[in-house]
Every structure is written in C-alpha cells, then in structure tokens.
Write a protein that binds this ligand. Structure first.
Ligand SMILES: *Cc1c(COP(=O)(O)O)cnc(C)c1O
Length: 398
C-alpha cells in the first residue's frame, strides 16, 4: 500500500488546492473598471440593473441587493417583523449567520434537526419545535440542495409562519423546475467569494410580496425613503427632502460590486454546469467506496452544489475524522468542515443552548468534511482529489 504523505510518503499533488475559490476573469475586471471610472460608484444604476437581473433569473417579482448574505438575512428578518418574544426555527448545520440574524432582532433561534441522508432540515422536526411564539422558519439549502420545500411550506401555511430561505449555497438550483428565489416568502443569497458567483462581498433578497419588498428597501437604507407616498406628514420642505420612517441600516451594495456580480451571472450557467459535472464525477467515484458516504439528493431538487461533503463511515475506518482530515491536508488537498453545529459555539452556549439538542446534525458533523469543489478545478485536480480520498480511505479501512 502507498505510504500516506502524513507518514512521509509522496503527496498526491505538489500544490495545495482548497475547498473553494472564486473565478475572476478579464471580463469581470473590465466590468468593475468601467464602473470605477464612471461617476457613481454607489447608489447608481448598476445596483438597480442587478436587482432587475436577479428578478429575471430567479423569477421572483422583487429583488433587493445588499452588501452581504448576512445583511440579506437580517433584512429578511426585519421585513418579517421578527422581534423580542418571537421564535424562529432553523437548522444547526449552517453558517452562524442563519441563526445570528434572529438574535439581531432580539428573537430566539430554535434548532430543528436534519434529515440523516440529505442533511437538510427535517420538516417533521420543524413541526415538533413549533410553539405559540414561533413566527418564522429559516430553511437553509445546505450544500446547494433545495430543502423539502413543499412539506415545509405546508407546515408554514398550517401554522401561519413566514418562510425565509437561506439560499446562500443555492443560486443555480431549481426545485420542481422552479428556480430557488421564486419559492419562499423571502429568499436570501450570498455573493461571498467561495459561493457560486461573487461580488467580493454581496447579497440579495428576493420576494413576491409587495409588503416585504417595501420593508426590505427601508431596512437596507437606514429606513429612509424618498417616496412621497410613504412619507408620514412631516412638512415637505423641498426637492432635497426625504424622511426616515423606520429604523434601518446601511446595508447597500456598491455599483462596482453589482457590476462584478452581473459579469459573474453572465457565466453562471457555465459555472453551474461545471459544478454539476464535478459533483457527478465525485458521486461516481465515491458511491461504492467503503468508508465514504455520499450526500443523498431528493428527486425534486435539480442541484448546483456549492459544497461537496463526504461523510466518513467511521465504523469501517480505523481513523478519526481529524486523522482523515489531516491526512488529506498532507496530500495537499485542503478540506474544510461545514459546519460546527451553530449552538455549540460558546456564544450560544452562554445563551443556554446545550449540546445534544439535534443528535442527527451532531452525528453528521462528527464525520463530514467538504472536499474541493469550484469550476476552476481542472479534470486533473478532480482526479487528484479522488485519488487522495481513495488513498487515505484505503489506508485506514478496517
Ligand atoms: C455564506 C453564508 C451566509 C452569509 O453570507 P455572507 O455573504 O458571508 O454574509 C449565510 N448563510 C449561509 C448558509 C452561508 O453559507
């Protein structure tokens, strides 16, 4: 058997590859440069252009561009009217922002457990966690796979809950033929560099609801409006006049970021096709590899994966997840783990959340890691990753 690099053997590859990275080309640089040389680098026409483009792409009636995905979630929670005394149900297997946005509003995040095969929030667990105080659900399309939307929608309708989708991973995914962004009451996107398309930073919320749209607009620009029909009656002083009618934030995106995101959208179909191709190659390589479990997909989701998560079948291996992870690093394949259950973090522990709340999510966390997945990976890179997984897995197999 080949010696592992961690034991002094030759690494599978010379250069390190990471689990994710952006793809910026000359057309992106040109698009940004043109805006930077113009007169409006923020509050200009590119942001609105991006919003119209996101509406066309997702099929949603409205889109509001904001400065990052976390701001998108915060604005969505504000538009939903979430406040002190309210509970919002979400998954622990997500980036902290999916729950932090609830805390920003003075409300309480409640963690439902996940499906052990898809790793997405389990609709039945949502139902079990509903109380009189529950106001909304934040469903996360983990790794890019759509949540079980119809089942969750039915529960939200039954209990009059607002459904917010955290689609930070899922911009090119469809559910039953409908693009993510057109389904939930509000859908949040992130354009961080590891995500499917990027603006450096950036985010957006899409919605079909006029009321939410108006609140989202206010939330991301200080609660200030120039729209006379919204003004409340302070004397209109002249052309310079605007009113602050709510408390909002400055969560605006710049015009050069909007231009970058649109330039990336020009290649979104190609990015998605490559992500799907790599996912298929990995699935085929690992489907029958003892020691490795692949994430299951629901038939309703036509998924563009943001992350490719392998789960170790630790009963079949002699190593721990940590040893496997370190051995992959030594082979120069730098993995990452998505995610530490949110309520395990000290901040949440201090709020009173206890380990053991969501046993299935915790069990999944203990055995997973994300291997490299991004469109810039060459076929050789993909083969190197497969080779490293097989090498490490082969060494530690019982
Ligand atoms: C990236 C991410 C966010 C936050 O997005 P930012 O743009 O980094 O603020 C929120 N939720 C999930 C699931 C994410 O992956």
């Amino acid at each position: 058997m080949e010696r592992l690099a961690i034991h002094g053997g030759k690494p599978v590859r010379d250069h390190v590859i990471y689990y994710g990275r952006q793809w910026i080309d000359d057309s992106d640089v040109r698009a940004v440069g043109e805006v930077l040389k113009g007169s409006l680098i923020t509050c200009g026409p590119k942001v609105e252009e991006l919003e119209r483009r996101l509406e066309r792409y997702t099929g949603a009636r409205h889109a509001v561009a904001v400065c990052n995905g976390t701001a998108a979630l915060h604005c969505a929670c504000m538009a939903a009217g979430i406040g002190p005394g309210d509970e919002v149900i979400t998954t622990p297997l997500t980036f902290a922002a999916s729950a932090n946005c609830v805390l920003y509003c003075g409300a309480t995040p409640v963690f439902a457990d996940v499906n052990p095969e898809t790793y997405n929030i389990d609709p039945e667990s949502i139902r079990e966690h509903i109380t009189e105080a529950t106001k909304a659900v934040i469903a996360v399309d983990f790794t890019g796979q759509a949540v079980e939307y119809e089942a969750i929608r039915a529960i939200c309708d039954e209990f009059h809950l607002i459904l917010i989708e955290d689609a930070s991973h899922a911009i090119a995914t469809s559910y039953k033929g409908k693009k993510i962004g057109s389904l939930a009451d509000m859908t949040c996107f992130s354009f961080h560099p590891v995500k499917t398309i990027t603006g450096g930073e950036g985010g957006a919320v899409t919605t079909d609801h006029e009321e939410f749209y108006k609140k989202l607009v206010l939330a991301h620009t200080h609660g200030i409006t120039h729209d006379e029909s919204l003004m409340e009656g302070a004397p209109h002083e002249g052309p310079w006049y605007y009113e602050q009618i709510a408390l909002g934030y400055n969560y605006r995106l710049t015009d050069f970021q909007a231009a970058l995101i649109m330039s990336q959208m020009d290649r979104l179909d190609a990015f998605a096709a490559r992500r799907k191709e790599i996912t298929k190659t990995y699935d085929e390589a690992f489907a029958c590899l003892p020691g490795i479990i692949v994430q299951k997909e629901i038939a309703d989701s036509d998924t563009c994966r943001h992350l490719y998560v392998i789960r170790l079948d630790l009963d079949k291996l002699t190593c721990t997840r940590r040893e496997f992870f370190d051995a992959m690093s030594a082979e120069h394949v730098q993995c990452q783990v998505h995610y530490v259950p949110v309520y395990w973090f000290p901040y949440y522990a201090h709020l009173g959340y206890k380990k053991g709340l969501c046993p299935r999510a915790e069990e999944i966390y203990s055995a997973i890691m994300s291997i490299p997945l991004y469109p810039l990976l060459s076929d050789q890179d993909v083969q190197d990753v497969i080779c490293a997984v097989k090498k490490v897995c082969g060494f530690y197999r019982k």
